[in-house]
Write a protein that binds this ligand. Structure first.
Ligand SMILES: *Cc1c(COP(=O)(O)O)cnc(C)c1O
Length: 383
């Protein structure tokens, strides 16, 4: 029996599987168990921004593993301290306290608790098509995948992105927070405008609700800035991050401004802030800064767009791109095109039924990007 069959037999059936077994990676390249190479525009759902098997992160992990792997947050720890200091330094002004956790959904859970605690209010307003995770609290803030799990946490309502009037109708003196992705990832790479974000910020301020920004997917250079907030000077009260922060190691964080006070004892995590993940996070962020991955994402995103835009066939409804976060909305189902791309050696993601999403490692080479562009045009042109 092959190991692929073994996994198929033993894993709980949750994911739509691709018939390929990945055993190795380097930069933006993945290899399967037959030695075939693929250009990876999935990057672990946007996790592998600094590239697969990044040497600097691998060495930081190895060194930390030999020094100290676990250390609960009842003790101070040197590596954790440096990671927190770094996070506060690179995130938008006003965010000066950090809670470390292990995933995106955990960052949402913590943010919801912090916002309720800080405001004494219960409700949240979220965006249609928004995605914030799969545990029950985060799922309550998520637009899709809900029905089979009701009753969820009460007090969540949903408004269309970019419609400030609808938001105005929903935010009131019971609203603890407005939770928003600046670019919806799972929702199809939908980019909120500066005008909308300014209005959301002003409304939150006026009505005493916290602005909670979910940058789990957009954070750490993906959109061409360290954070998507930096495009428009967005100043969240709470910021959720995860995915690319740890260079592939499970790590998430919630950054809080001064409205979140008196938090002693209200939340915690056994693994959160462990030195192993913290060392990975520090090394990953230092790599991003040293190699200007934000600048690389801007330049490479523009290059890909320029390669695609003049050649887009009629099946494409719209190309949406910010940095190396790319959504290609089709007039048909995306799935057959994803399969065709895989046949040509390119992994890509869906985002909803009709959107092809590309989240390549930000270290992808220009040659690889050109190969991706050509493969895309080829598969989209074939009928
Ligand atoms: C992936 C994602 C999450 C959930 O992160 P997990 O680590 O899978 O729990 C939350 N919010 C956004 C915007 C995401 O893209």
């Amino acid at each position: 029996m092959s190991l692929r069959e073994t996994e198929h037999i033993y894993a709980l059936d949750l994911f739509p599987r691709r018939n390929v077994s990945i055993v190795r990676g380097e930069g933006a390249t993945l290899w399967d168990d037959t030695g075939r190479a693929y250009i990876d525009c999935v990057a672990g759902f946007g996790v592998a921004s600094i590239g697969h098997a990044n040497r600097e992160v691998a060495e930081a992990i190895a060194a930390q593993a030999r020094t100290l792997i676990t250390c609960p947050s009842i003790f101070y720890n040197d590596v954790r301290a440096r990671l927190m200091e770094k996070l506060v330094a690179i995130t938008p002004t006003g965010l000066d306290r950090v809670f470390l956790c292990n995933s995106g959904t955990e960052s949402t859970e913590a943010a919801l608790k912090f916002a309720r605690h800080a405001t004494g209010r219960t409700n949240f307003v979220c965006s249609m098509r928004g995605f914030h995770g799969r545990t029950l609290g985060a799922l309550s803030a998520t637009f899709k995948h809900r029905e089979r799990f009701e009753p969820l946490v009460p007090g969540f309502s949903f408004v269309p992105l970019e419609n400030i009037e609808k938001l105005r109708e929903q935010v009131n003196d019971q609203t603890a927070g407005v939770l928003i992705e600046l670019v919806q990832g799972e929702g199809g790479v939908r980019i909120a405008s500066r005008e909308y974000l300014d209005a959301v910020g002003a409304l939150c301020h006026e009505r005493g609700a916290l602005l909670i920004v979910d940058e789990v997917q957009t954070g750490f250079c993906r959109t061409g800035k360290m954070f998507a907030c930096d495009h428009h000077g967005v100043r969240p009260d709470i910021l959720c991050v995860a995915k690319a922060i740890g260079g592939g190691v499970p790590l998430g964080a919630v950054l809080c401004g001064d409205k979140v006070q008196h938090t002693h004892g209200i939340h915690g995590s056994t693994f959160g802030g462990n030195p192993l993940a913290a060392a990975a996070g520090l090394a990953a962020i230092e790599f991003m800064e040293r190699h200007d991955l934000a600048g690389q994402a801007t330049r490479k995103g523009a290059r890909l767009r320029a390669a695609l835009e003049p050649r887009l066939p009629g099946v494409v409804r719209e190309l949406r791109q910010i940095g190396l976060m790319i959504g290609i909305e089709l007039k048909r189902k995306a799935q057959p095109y994803l399969a065709a791309l895989m046949d040509r050696g390119v992994f890509a993601l869906p985002a909803g039924p009709t959107v092809i999403r590309l989240l390549p490692p930000l270290v992808i080479t220009d040659e690889q990007l050109d190969t991706v562009a050509n493969a895309l045009i080829e598969v989209l042109t074939v009928d």
